[in-house]
Design a protein around this ligand. Structure first.
Ligand SMILES: [Zn+2]
Ligand SMILES: [Zn+2]
Length: 259
């Protein structure tokens, strides 16, 4: 049976300050690596963006989407599917958003004022998918971990930028809260496309981002691209950084889904 590999977490030089490769350069790299498609997920304006904040909202959105659009044109020419997503940042916690598009961003500058739960409710209402990216990653610039199990559909349990220990902790967390699981490389440069490139492998080609979302939500017809180690229990489950776990809302109301 054929499998169809897709990258779910990718940054371009057009919009992400930390990226080193232009959108079009990912197309031949992923094609040669045997992928069927990529989802471009640049850091949004509340994350590591390179879009100047002084521009008007429409111009910022236009520039933000240019990485995806350049990749899309090249992908159509060279035979690689290209879909749109983005990575929203709050304090230090980041979320991959799939299913909202450029039109939606143009119409919704209020997104900059929203908290995690408000964004989640809107994404969910519109049939999209919200995944917390690398929730247990600890880097020198991090002060704490922020976990919002009731503001996501799922968790990225395999992240190409993480040591496997952080991914193993993310998997335990996802299992505990019965959350969906995704895998992505979190790629910032084409030189990282290779044997350790992550993502998800589907039984059938994805014709749109909606087909991707549907499969993930149904938790069917795909496997995570991961190492054997990813399936093992972490040697230590205790993060070094303090953990802020949001199980209640400011009103005192218990989050949906709790018992
Ligand atoms: Zn980045
Ligand atoms: Zn990222």
């Amino acid at each position: 049976m054929s499998i169809y590999r897709y990258e779910t977490h990718l940054h371009t030089l057009e919009a992400s300050a930390c990226a080193k490769s232009w959108a079009v350069d990912y197309i031949p790299a992923y094609r040669e690596a045997g992928y069927s498609g990529i989802i471009v997920t640049d850091h949004f304006f509340n994350g590591n963006t390179n879009i100047p904040a002084h521009l008007g909202w429409a111009e910022r959105v236009r520039r933000f989407c240019s990485g995806y659009e350049h990749a899309k044109v090249a992908g159509e020419r060279e035979g690689l599917a290209v879909f749109f997503g983005f990575e929203a940042c709050f304090i230090e916690d980041e979320y991959l958003i799939y299913g909202l598009d450029k039109e939606w961003l143009l119409d919704n500058p209020a997104i900059m004022e929203w908290d995690q739960r408000t964004l989640f409710e809107e994404v969910d209402r519109l049939g999209g998918l919200m995944i917390q990216a690398h929730p247990f990653r600890e880097r020198s610039y991090n002060y704490a971990l922020y976990l919002h199990p009731y503001a996501v559909h799922g968790v990225e349990v395999v992240n190409g930028g993480n040591p496997v220990l952080f991914d193993q902790r993310a998997r335990l967390y996802a299992e505990h809260y019965n959350l969906l699981m995704t895998s992505g490389t979190d790629i910032h440069e084409t030189s990282k496309v290779g044997p350790d490139t992550r993502g998800m492998a589907f039984d059938y080609p994805l014709s749109s981002i909606d087909v991707f979302i549907k499969a993930v939500k149904e938790n069917e017809h795909y496997t995570l691209l991961q190492s054997n180690e990813h399936r093992e229990r972490p040697r230590s489950t205790e993060p070094t950084l303090p953990v802020h776990l949001f199980e209640h809302y400011p009103t005192g109301e218990r989050a949906l889904g709790t018992v």
